[in-house]
Design a protein around this ligand. Sequence first.
Ligand code: UT7
Length: 336
Amino acid sequence: MTRHATITGVGSYLPPRLVPNAWFEDKVDTTDAWIRERTGIRARHFVEDGVLTSDLAVEAARRALATAGIEAEQLDLIVCATVTGDTPFPATAVWVQRKLGLSCPAFDVNAACAGFSYALASASAMVEAGIADTVLLLGAEVFSRILDFTDRSTCVLFGDGAGAAIVRASERPGIEGTVLGADGSAAEVLIMPGGGSREPASPATVAAGRHRIFMPNGREVFKRAVTEMASACRQVLEKNGHAPEDVDVLIPHQANERIMRAVAERLRIPEERAVLDVAEVGNTSAASIPIALDRAWRAGRIRPGDLVLFTSFGAGLTWGATSMRWTMPAPEEVAG
Ligand code: UT7
């Protein structure tokens, strides 16, 4: 019998501190109106001092385990997509494993804001191959710690949070397939340049702010995001025998409402089928899709049998799209 993989649990966690756009007005030359109009963002959540990426991930994981109706001990793999992990190494997935009191394999995926697509493809392929049966798939970020609060072109965009999904072996097909892409020729358009072998951490790199996010040409990133996400969506739909009009729920990476609307428009997917959840979350990078997924499912927007399309885009450049037939029951039928 063919082994399939599907999502059987979802969860998310946003730290309680909600930071409205107005908070930035006395830090950089910006306005609440500019941020709302250009991005759709009204607020984002930031962690308090001492809270780590793995802390957010563990909260999201506990919620996902509850909706899947399983215990942490049943997990046999943890995959975490992040670029703002607790430590450069070991992996944040390992810190999560320790906090959950487990001993299963654990590793991180670094594909920036496209991390969830790459991690989902890894998790489902490992389930289909029989390497794992029950995977905790995480997207978790604490972007507030790498923001440059003097750079208005980036600091207003990002937030902290974590999302989780339980990916399990199933007899029924759930996750149908993923299309991934990358273009390293554009690596510098969105980058944290310091801290690796290219620019090892030193007093000079710290003084120059090289351990912060740089996006010198946001408009170029915007254009590529629309083109690549729409193209990846078309490819994955075609590969799995669907047309864009078959899509019930589109969950794009939550970077900017204008980008998400443009992707839906290019695919001719009606906007009301797209989950736009950036307003009070901001761009949480690899966490954005699993957070939006969890919140949309809990709001009753995703029903059993729906064709769900995820698509992401981020630094690298990297991108991806996954189609899946939703198999989880409606939230009112789930205890967690
Ligand atoms: O998640 C990973 C992928 N990241 C993305 O997908 C982000 C993609 N890019 C974007 O979402 C948008 O390009 C931004 C939101 C970053 C910028 O919006 P835009 O409409 O593309 O603006 P722009 O970069 O073309 O800048 C227009 C103007 C510029 O001023 P001048 O040169 O026209 O005088 C910017 O300096 O807006 C200025 N600007 C701001 N003004 C007020 C840039 N940031 C701000 C700000 N407040 N926060």
